[in-house]
Design a protein around this ligand. Structure first.
Ligand SMILES: [Zn+2]
Length: 151
């Protein structure tokens, strides 16, 4: 049996600023590596939310969790899936699938007076008219949108 270590993950991205503690085997921590610490903290905060919602609703088994992740959120979805698989152990979502809907970037173009996709490789510029469109309508979110549960 692997020795288990407490890993303290400081949650920066959630409304409630606090430290989340969870036991991980050292082999899991090594597999995670520093590259996905950000995603691990997101997976843990997500589980925290799922756990709170399940407790509120009297649910003991969560079958799947659906997320919306914006392209500009700074999250590597593969790292998040990997982190999720590790973090969900011994929680109400122990075998819950993580379904990620990636949200494309949408900008508000003042020149066109409507929402537009950004121009490829041109930063925050309108794909239709090429004007600078610095106001981001969508693409930065990380949202828990649904939980499928079993009673
Ligand atoms: Zn435009």
């Amino acid at each position: 049996m692997d020795r288990r270590y407490e890993l303290r993950v400081y949650l920066r991205n959630v409304h409630r600023k606090r430290t989340f503690r969870k036991m991980f085997a050292i082999s899991e921590i090594i597999r995670l590596g520093p590259w996905c610490m950000h995603e691990l903290s997101i997976a843990l905060s997500l589980l925290d939310e799922v756990d709170a919602a399940a407790a509120r609703e009297g649910v003991t088994h969560v079958a799947s969790v659906r997320l919306r992740v914006g392209r500009l959120s700074g999250i590597a979805c593969d790292a998040l899936r990997f982190s999720w698989d590790l973090a969900r152990a011994e929680t109400v979502a122990a075998d819950a699938a993580l379904i990620i809907d990636e949200v494309p970037i949408a900008l508000w173009c003042a020149a066109c007076d409507r929402e537009r996709a950004p121009r490829d490789g041109a930063g925050l510029t309108c794909s239709a008219c090429g004007a600078l469109a610095p106001s981001i309508v969508r693409g930065r979110e990380i949202e828990l949108v649904a939980m499928e549960v079993r009673a």
